[in-house]
Design a binder for this molecule. Structure first.
Ligand code: PLP
Length: 432
């Protein structure tokens, strides 16, 4: 295969401020999937197209690397996979085998966790319904409820007292007091009041504190939240601290490759995104770098040792989702129509990923049938009756024709679990 890429790049006007995704990063990424193309093509031959392919081996390796990175720094730690990031039961089963517990955020996810026989489940999220709380109470031998509000504390107490059970619990703290993130948790300054309220609930054993920050390319939001928590804990009553057995620092670890995006649309194009020219978007890719997980681990652990351990040496828990499952699932699809050299339609619709991801995010589309390390501009579109059904604006290959099998690698996070029955059925999952 020739090592040609981005031969026709014309840098956009504002490129100086934009970090470009260069061939030195992109080509090795692509090569690893082209080198296994026969394995993926075999799956399409066997199961047909369109498919999600899940590689449990990748999940196991990710789980090991994540645990190793944090355990090296913090010996007493617990790991809970955030089921919302990929809710296929095989993903959960594989992670249980790797020594993870599960983090669920609804009754449906809780049921998935029970069905796969998880023994350590944390149940977080706002607005848990009475039925969801009852289900948590019924499964209290393996569930810790992360309570989201004062009201929920009392509803959980009621459900537990009706069942004659005591429920292990934690409380979630709000990390951003402004705007939409206020919906999560209780304001940190009300922690003592919450603690007292929980003490008057005989069926609640309040043992921990949780927070979660999201979309983090570096550990800064987590370490800031840990510093604030340390400050807060240093003013808490002794009996609260003595009873604390875990602090859960949530998820939000971005995969190593960073965030890959198309160049932003000019303001006048924003209203009419569907009219953007192929030449404006197809060959320029942006990359916002992410810290390696070992750096996340080192910085978060240092913050814990500095801000939390002088107050309490409790267990530290983590709820990674995206970092664990992102690279474990890929999309395989087939070209069913070609309307021009630069416009093809695939048998796959973006209902399989549930959102218009590829209008903003860039992922290389690999032509497994005619592989080449050359990127060519082309609209790669799905077969849904909407112009927002976009897979990409380019592909890697010698050319592209009807019948070619295309792969979009590393689509395991927040795609499969957002799939929807919109116009087309959702594809089959093949476990490799
Ligand atoms: C409470 C909680 N924990 C963990 C996660 C997982 O986050 P990520 O997939 O970014 O690691 C989420 C995601 O929204 C969450 O809401």
């Amino acid at each position: 295969m020739t090592r040609l890429i981005h031969q026709n790049i014309v840098p956009p006007k504002h490129s100086e401020e934009m970090p470009l995704l260069g061939p030195e990063e992109l080509i090795p990424f692509i090569e690893q999937y082209f080198s296994r193309r026969k394995v993926y093509l075999k799956q399409v031959k066997k199961h047909g197209s369109f498919l999600y392919v899940l590689e449990p081996d990748v999940l196991m390796r990710r789980a090991e690397q994540f645990k190793k990175a944090f355990r090296r720094e913090l010996h007493d730690s617990g790991f809970y996979f955030a089921v919302k990031s990929n809710n296929h039961p095989e993903v959960a089963r594989t992670l249980l085998k790797s020594g993870f517990g599960l983090d669920v955020s609804s009754g449906v996810e809780l049921q998935t966790a029970i069905d796969v026989n998880a023994k350590e489940i944390i149940f977080s999220g706002p607005g848990k319904t009475p039925e969801e709380l009852e289900s948590a109470v019924r499964n209290s031998s393996c569930v810790t409820v992360l309570i989201d509000s004062f009201g929920e504390l009392h509803r959980l107490q009621k459900a537990a007292s009706m069942a004659g059970t005591t429920v292990r619990a934690g409380v979630r703290l709000t990390t951003n007091p402004k705007g939409l993130w206020r919906k999560f948790g209780i304001p940190p300054e009300t922690l003592t009041e919450f603690w007292r309220a929980a003490r008057s609930c005989p069926h609640i054993a309040l043992k921990g504190i949780q927070f979660h920050t999201s979309w983090n390319l570096s550990a800064a939001s987590q370490t800031d939240a840990i510093a604030l928590l340390g400050e807060l804990l240093s003013h808490m009553p002794d009996n609260l601290i003595e009873n604390l057995s875990f602090i859960d620092v949530g998820g939000g670890y971005w995969p190593r490759q960073g965030e890959w995006l198309h160049p932003p649309a000019e303001p006048q194009e924003m209203r009419q995104k569907t009219n953007r020219h192929l030449s404006d978007i197809s060959m320029i890719h942006l990359r916002f770098p992410a810290e390696p997980i070992e750096t996340f681990a080192r910085k978060i652990s240092q913050a814990i040792k500095y801000h939390i351990f002088p107050v309490t040496r409790c267990r530290i828990c983590f709820e990674p989702g995206r970092w664990i499952c992102n690279d474990s699932m890929h999309l395989l699809m087939t070209v069913v129509d070609q309307k021009a050299e630069d416009l093809v339609i695939t048998d796959a619709g973006t209902n399989a990923v549930g959102w218009e991801r590829f209008e903003t995010d860039y992922f290389p589309v690999l032509n497994l049938t005619r592989p080449a390390l050359i990127e060519k501009p082309c609209y790669i579109l799905g077969s849904l009756c909407t112009p927002h059904d976009v897979w990409g604006f380019s592909y890697f290959g010698r050319e592209i024709r009807v019948g070619d099998v295309l792969m979009i690698p590393t689509q395991g996070a927040y795609t499969y679990s957002l799939r929807q029955h919109f116009i087309k059925a959702v594809p089959e999952v093949v476990i490799m």
